[in-house]
Design a protein around this ligand. Sequence first.
Ligand code: SF4
Length: 335
Amino acid sequence: MREAAPLLRAEGLVRRYAMRRGAFGRSVEVRAVAGVSLTVERGRTLGLVGESGCGKSTTGRLVLGMEAPDAGSVAFEGKPLPSPGSAAWRAQRARMQMVFQDPLGALDRRLPVGAQIAEPLEIHGIGGKAERAARVEALLGAVGLRADQAMRYPHELSGGQRQRAVLARALATEPALLVCDEPISALDVSIQAQVMNLLVDLQAQFGMGVLFVSHDLRAVRQVSHRVAVMYLGQIVEEGEPDAVLHDPAHPYSRALVSAIPHPGRAGQRMVLQGDPPNPADRPSGCAFHPRCPVASALCAREAPVLKPRPDGRLVACHVAQGEAAPGQGILAKAA
Ligand code: SF4
């Protein structure tokens, strides 16, 4: 029997931008996404984590077709994604929705939230007036808002309530895929856990696959079935959340994990040497080598490939793959 295609499969995505150095400087090419492949299964969540500027949000836009990749492909439910902006793509967007970071920016301040939740149904011609009204009420209930809050304007709701309204609108067309781009980072810490729990509940109820993009490894762990760690436009490690958090294989993942406050790890924070990543100035070989505490000479020459290990984890690192002995870091050697 043929295995069903995954909900979403992206292969070798590349996205380049032109960037000018200084006011009169020449334009340089920046690879924001440099060969990303990922899979989101039905009813499962893939967490995509990395520092600001690592290309994870761009990856989210590429898989939705909000931007066209310069290379690579995206297949949704086994079929190539239609060209961004085409009629076929617009029709497909009912099945693929996005939740943005700032709920106030994502909502129209001049419209009551109930009308905004109904909007995707109108755009895609789903249901009659009474059916849409019933659907809006059901969605408000599903995200923990009261029916009478449909008449409220965004500024009359709290930050957490606004993000609930954004989730209700994203779910209106019963999408198979939700891309959540930093959905909790604009919320108070006290509200973040509520919204993440809600996302987990909604997934159990609606069964959608989720790509959860965040800089926060703890948040990613809470909602994800699999985690992919990104550095400078590439995935450097991918695996089960507990495995990546308890035993990170890639030195960059180790640095991210060590930055999470934990009573058992007091004083063990791994401080990375070198400058934060600059996509306009991509290092040779492994892009992480100028900051890596165990970089060897091979790391500066040859880029590691993301490969499976016997434990099922994917890792792009010469040392973690046993292809090189741990060094002492290129910067340390040069000093
Ligand atoms: Fe990259 Fe080498 Fe460090 Fe592995 S050991 S992360 S390949 S620099």
